[in-house]
Design a protein around this ligand. Structure first.
Ligand code: GDP
Ligand code: IMO
Ligand code: MG
Length: 430
């Protein structure tokens, strides 16, 4: 059963979408397992740019089935708009299936997301305002509405009326007017009608594919350090972007995963608030942001930029059981005389070589850097390891030595073709 998890090894936007597109054509199923339309996955191919927020990037392959997994939270309006937009760009897509267990994001989730952020004041998380946190809160509180119920006309109206009543009480506490149940019901019933044909019980589909020996790719969203449990809490998202999340969000068990590739940039970025030890608040950080066009796919916010943090990356390799790394944006780091990588931290005068669990400790660490030779030239033309400058190869060797995890794939540009596969053996497992 050749199965592969593509997981974000840093704070998101590592280019998971590109990788899923590159490898998705080899898979029978591509299943996204966490998050909602807080994600923004960009794919550039054949001169066209596609942006996915909810639909797995594997949909671009005609013979692939793309599954919106049970661990996701789905905005029906957003999903339909995304489907229409993608179909307008490319008429022949793969098959789309939505898990009946995925939770639905409603307008009150988005409103509460913004209201909660406002209430946090200076401690705001910097969420994407897509209602993700409040939708997962409802799931945990057991008052969420799942896709299967949403598209069932015998169930949805009564369930929705119950929940809207509670939400109106909550909105009143924030001094907001109540929602108009009838208008919402009409709007959302229309979305449910359109989505009904896509909603299925997906656990058996995924399990049968895996046990039938088909190639299944599990598409991660967000990144390891945004994981609710393993990330820089409370500056995290409300789901599980880590490899473990692939089990929680798709209906498979841990022994059904053969390989996991962690996508990481050659440097580090983060959107939203929270600790970031190697952040560059100077001209170098600004240069990376401008040169790398580091602006969010979902919100357009400027991404915070900094040097590669190997302490974090090693933690990510272990936490995610990574078989290999996918190192992206090597082209953007071109042009520096020297580049730095964090290989330890100083915390209250003491040297440590791990990521402290307590975020308030992590906020205080000072990175200890190792300085390596930089490289120059246009890496976007490179198609094999030998084409890369010797300094880039030394950088990759250093990454491998420190993390004990080999680079399996390199990305030297946004296009599908700007990819170098180093270790095909690590992609689908043995
Ligand atoms: P994701 O959320 O992990 O799928 O990543 P995003 O799509 O949000 O952000 C990655 C951005 O980098 C997108 O605009 C990609 O087109 C772009 N990209 C991907 N790989 C490379 C690369 O190797 N070099 C450069 N310059 N851009 C890349
Ligand atoms: P992809 O899949 C980068 C960040 C937000 C915020 C925090 C919580 O494109 O890599 P949320 O709206 O989820 O409650 O926000 O998480 N965040 C992301 N950052 N890439 C993403 O997804 C993200 N999804 C959420 O910026 O800091
Ligand atoms: Mg993104």
């Amino acid at each position: 059963m050749p199965t592969l998890v593509i997981v974000g090894a840093q704070w998101g936007d590592e280019a998971k979408g590109k990788l899923v597109d590159v490898l998705g054509g080899e898979a029978e199923l591509v299943v996204r397992y966490s998050g909602g339309n807080n994600a923004g996955h960009t794919v550039i191919t054949g001169g066209q740019e596609f942006k996915f927020h909810l639909i797995p990037a594997g949909i671009l392959h005609r013979d692939t089935t793309a599954i919106v997994g049970s661990g996701m939270v789905v905005c029906p309006k957003g999903l339909l708009e995304e489907l229409d937009r993608t179909l307008a760009q490319k008429s022949e897509l793969g098959t789309l299936i939505i898990s009946s267990a995925a939770h639905v994001v409603f307008p009150y989730h988005r409103m509460l997301d913004s209201l909660e952020e406002e209430a946090r004041g200076n401690n705001r998380i910097g969420t994407t305002s897509r209602g993700i946190g409040p939708a997962y809160q409802d799931k945990v509180a057991r008052i969420g509405i799942r896709m299967g119920e949403f598209v069932d006309p015998n169930v949805f109206p009564a369930r929705f009326a119950e929940v809207v009543k509670v939400k109106n009480q909550l909105l009143a506490m924030f001094g907001k007017d109540p929602l108009d149940l009838d208008a919402l019901l009409e709007e959302y019933t229309a979305y449910a009608e359109r989505l009904r044909p896509y909603v299925k019980d997906t656990d058996p589909i995924v399990q049968d594919a895996v046990y039938g020996g088909k190639r299944v790719l599990f598409e991660g969203a967000q990144g390891t350090f945004l994981d609710l449990d393993s990330g820089t809490y409370p500056y995290v998202t409300s789901s599980h972007p880590t490899t473990g999340g692939a089990c929680l969000g798709t209906g498979i068990g841990p022994r059904m995963i053969d390989s996991a590739l962690g996508v990481c940039k050659a440097y580090t970025t983060r959107v939203g608030a929270g600790p970031f030890p190697t952040e560059l608040l100077d001209d170098v950080g600004e240069w990376i942001r401008q040169h790398g066009k580091e602006y969010g796919t979902t919100t357009g916010r400027g991404r915070r930029c900094g040097w590669l943090d190997l302490v974090m990356l090693r933690h990510s390799c272990r936490l995610n059981s990574l078989s290999g790394l996918v190192v992206t944006r090597l082209d953007i780091l071109s042009g520096f005389e020297t580049v730095k990588v964090a290989t330890g931290y100083k915390l209250d005068g003491e040297e440590i070589n791990y990521v402290p669990t307590n975020t308030f400790d992590f906020e205080r660490v000072e990175p200890i850097y190792t300085e390596l030779k930089g490289w120059s030239g246009d890496l976007r033309k490179c198609r094999k390891l030998e084409d890369l400058p010797v300094e880039t190869r030394a950088y990759l060797d250093f990454m491998e030595e420190y993390t004990q995890t080999p680079p399996a794939i390199l990305s030297v540009g946004p296009d599908r073709d700007e990819t170098i596969v180093l270790r095909p053996d690590l992609i689908w497992g043995a």
